[in-house]
Every structure is written in C-alpha cells, then in structure tokens.
Design a protein around this ligand. Sequence first.
Ligand SMILES: [Mn+2]
Length: 456
Amino acid sequence: MGHAICEELEAHGEKFIVIDKNESRTETLRDEKFDASVGDITDEDLIEKISIPPTIFVVSSDISANISFTERVKKQYPNVTIFARVADESMKKELAKKGANYVILSQKIVSKVVYEKIKKLEDSADAQKLLRVLKETEEKLAIIVHDSPDPDALASALALKYIGNGVNVESDILYGKSIGHQENRSFVNLLNIELKKIEDTDLDEYDKYAFIDTVPDANNSVSVKPNIIIDHHEVTASVPYSDFALIDANYGSTAAIMTKFIRELNVDIPKEIASALLYGIRSDTQDFTRDTSSADLTAAAYLYPHVNYELLKQITSSVISVGTLNVLGDAIKNRKMKGSYLLSNVGFIRDSDTLSQAADYLLRLEGVTTAVVYGIIEDSGIYISARTKDIRVSMGEVLKEAFKDVGSAGGHNGMAAAQIPLGIFDSIKDKDSLIYLCEEAVTKRFLAAVGAEDEK
Ligand SMILES: [Mn+2]
C-alpha cells in the first residue's frame, strides 16, 4: 500500500520521505529514487530521530503498531495530519480516538482519492495559517503593496483587509509612490479603496506588516520586518523570513491566491471584493492570455456569480487622461527602430505608469517584436518600460542584464521595467543634454543586452 501512495505523491511532484523497517525494501525504494530510510514505528525514539512533516501516512501491515505510533505522534504534534491504515471497519473508531484524521481501510485504498484529500487539507491549512497569523495582530496591520499599485495588488490588499476584518483586525493599505494609470485611479475611486501613502504614515503605528503582490525590498519603499508575504512574481533574491509566506509563480495573479483563501475560509464574498478580485485577475493575465494558470481560471469561475457587472464595466471604460495621451503621442513621434526593436524616448514625464501603456500600444505596430519606452521623472530617475512578443527572450532578464549595475530592473518574460537614479547625471543641469544622455545610455545598454548593437 505504501508503494502505491509513493507513486501517487511522486506523480504529483510532492516531496516526501519513506520510512520502512525492512532494509532490503528500503534499498529497492532508493533504487527507484525515492528518499527512503530504515526506521521502525514501534521504536519509541523514532519521532525524535526524524523531523515530523505536516502529513504522515502510517500504513504498515502491523495494525496495532500503526495505532500506537499515531497516538504517540499526535501527543507531541497535535497539528500533524495522519492517514492511518486499519484492518477493518471496527477499528476505525479506535484509531480516530487516537487522533488519526483519516483512516484507510486496506482493501479500499484508492491512492488518488487520498492524494486529493491531502491537497485539500494542505490548501485549507494555508488559509487557516494565514488566519492564525492575522489574529496575532494586536494593534494594526499594515498592508503594503508596490510603489505604483495595479488592480491585482489593490484587489488583493482589499481582500486581505476584508479577511482581517472578519477576525477584528484593523488594517491600512499603504503604497509608496503614485497611482498613475487612469484605469487604476478609477479602480480606486469606484471601489472606494482607502489608501495611505507610506511617507504620510508612521510605520511604528503598526505591529504587523503584510506584503501583497510584492516582496520586501522589491519595488516598494519600506524596510520593515514582514509578517505576511503573498505574491505571484518569480523571486530571484532571497526573501526574508515571515510568519506566513505564499509566493507562487504558478499563479498569474495574486488575486487568484486571495480568492482561494476566501473560498477555503468559507467566508461570504461582498460584491465589491469579488469584482475587484476578478478585475485583478483579468488585468494581470491580460484577460487570460498571459501567464494564466488553471488556478486563475478556477478563481475567476468562482468569482463570476458574485460580481457587480455594472461596476466592472465602469472601471474598464474609464477615460484616458491628457497626460497619458501626450506621452503616447511623444512615444509615437520619437520612436526609433533597430531591426524589430522599437525604442522611444519621451523626455520628461510626470508618472512612470504612462510608459507601460505606451509600450503596450507601440508593440502593436507592424514589424515590431519589442518596444522600449523610457522617460525622465525630475529629481527621481530614468524610467524604462519594455514589452516583447518574442517568446525566446525574457524581458525581465534583458533589463536586469542591461541596467542592474546602474539601477534596478525586473519583470516577467513579456514585460519588464527598470529604473536608473539620476545621481549619475547630477552635474547636468540642462534638460536637453539630460534627455540626450539618457537616450544614449538606455539605447546603448539595451541593444548591447539583446546583442543588437551592430545591427543596422
Ligand atoms: Mn500581480
């Protein structure tokens, strides 16, 4: 029976260890590349010898040994989930009394069913753990989103605030810089999302900090010890320890992760939250066309019946601002082509969100596979936004390669952004010279990074 379970877990890519008292069987398991070691569950010290995982299958053929082992584990580790094997129905009760969460009748074992049960259990364990950490908040929780929060970040923050409210935890949503994109602004206004700017808040007012759709030290302007981190971006640098972390790049959006929590916690979902989350999923996955996982689709399907469509429509049909239109105009006018690379310098701008919209737009131009739009924000830095249709390159990696030694960069395969502080151009006071030098620096570094400097 143990072997069937191993195969099932292996097939799902789960990590596990096998303990068997029979040495030659352990050998065989190792030959099959399972992580197996010799150990006997009747050995009173076994629990001390192995590190106890969150889920254990106790499926030896010695039923009374299964029962006593279950009892011993549960005494020391009441939170461990145990699947234990019994011989017949009559022993089910006894095992349940000893603390087994699930009882497997040897003749009825269907490993697939068992696996599905664990998966559900693990999932709800995540949501329960999040709730436990939230409940530990004594003063107030700070929910920190990235500097220029997008609908995914804001919807997810809203959902966390809502889950917190349910257990009497007060929280504020904090952001660093600006909400530039007009769609994001109307998202905030229509949903009445209350936001605080980090520079206007005293971070000491809070005793717990949650990072949502971002991780500490990435694209946000705070350095506090995180308690909660929920994100779906690929993280390359090490993330500081937190009481609760779910960072999973398999999700196309953080909103899908938050939807999963709401489902698992079995709480009602208000229409505004459902609408916000659905909008977040749709915008991060570009209407399910980019980095979409089945989890995003499942979450969306769950949200649909709870959504306020009128509200969604209002957000989507928001008007384009004059500022954005001007940047778009400049981006079109100043575009330069190098092979299928389009680069456009839009000069001085007020907010960096307009760059990504311009890059998105220019990517639609015939013959363009990659669009890079950049501009300068006074007293701040050079902002660069890049988009590509070329599936062979990762824009995130390209921008890192190009600008990491003079600034910061990051992103996904198809889209990325970078920033260069103006410090290096400090001595240049004349705006036109600055625009020229910025163009030279960005173009040269970008083309070198993609290996296109000599292409004409
Ligand atoms: Mn996101």
